[in-house]
Design a protein around this ligand. Structure first.
Ligand code: SF4
Length: 183
């Protein structure tokens, strides 16, 4: 009987998809990865929901709105190991620049008074379909338990590859300085 391949899933919250792009930069190693793992939910394969247990989950982006929180909590429930990938997941990243500004001012700038705003209604959109913004942008580990962190904006393809293969092989993720320095 063939052994079950480990399941890997990824999700993107409030990020720019740059971490996912970096993941795709593993280039031809993706063929090797397809041999090693089964891809579950991911923007890469456009599967949008988690089924069953995921062995390794990678999360890009922090939580800026209620939808991000819902997605992250659901993702966590399925993942045996969950890794925060990139500075947005780890610390909020660029979206967290708004954390220094009161939320009401953010809404006013975005929808009412910003220099490029055209909004004849003069109202902040309040369609129930639009997820409510949180008071600030939260890193993933302030919302759910996170088992590991891969810093960078984005972490390089080599960093992602090394970390993922170590996890798959049950080795400690012991990244050399060259893969975690950003100067
Ligand atoms: S860490 Fe950088 S590359 Fe990754 S989602 Fe955030 S801004 Fe994009």
């Amino acid at each position: 009987m063939s052994k079950r391949k480990p399941k890997v899933a990824t999700t993107s919250l409030c990020g720019c998809f740059g971490c996912h792009m970096s993941f795709l930069d593993i280039d031809e190693r993706i063929l090797q990865l397809v041999e090693l793992v089964e891809f579950a939910r991911s923007p890469i394969n456009d599967i949008k929901s988690c089924e069953g247990e995921i062995d390794i989950g990678l999360v890009e982006g922090g939580c800026a709105n209620e939808h991000n929180v819902e997605v992250l909590r659901e993702f966590r429930k399925h993942c045996k190991v969950l890794i925060s990938v990139g500075d947005c997941a780890i610390g909020g990243g660029v979206p967290a620049l708004r954390n220094t500004v009161p939320l009401a001012e953010c809404y006013e700038e975005a929808f009412l008074n910003g220099p490029t705003v055209v909004n004849p209604s003069g109202k902040v959109p309040d369609d129930p379909e639009i997820p409510l913004l949180l008071d600030r942008v939260y890193p993933a580990h302030q919302v759910v338990k996170i088992d590991g962190f891969l810093p960078g904006c984005p972490p390089s393809a080599d960093t992602l590859w090394e970390a993922l293969t170590a996890l798959l092989e049950g080795r400690p993720v012991d990244l050399p300085y060259s893969l975690v320095k950003y100067d």
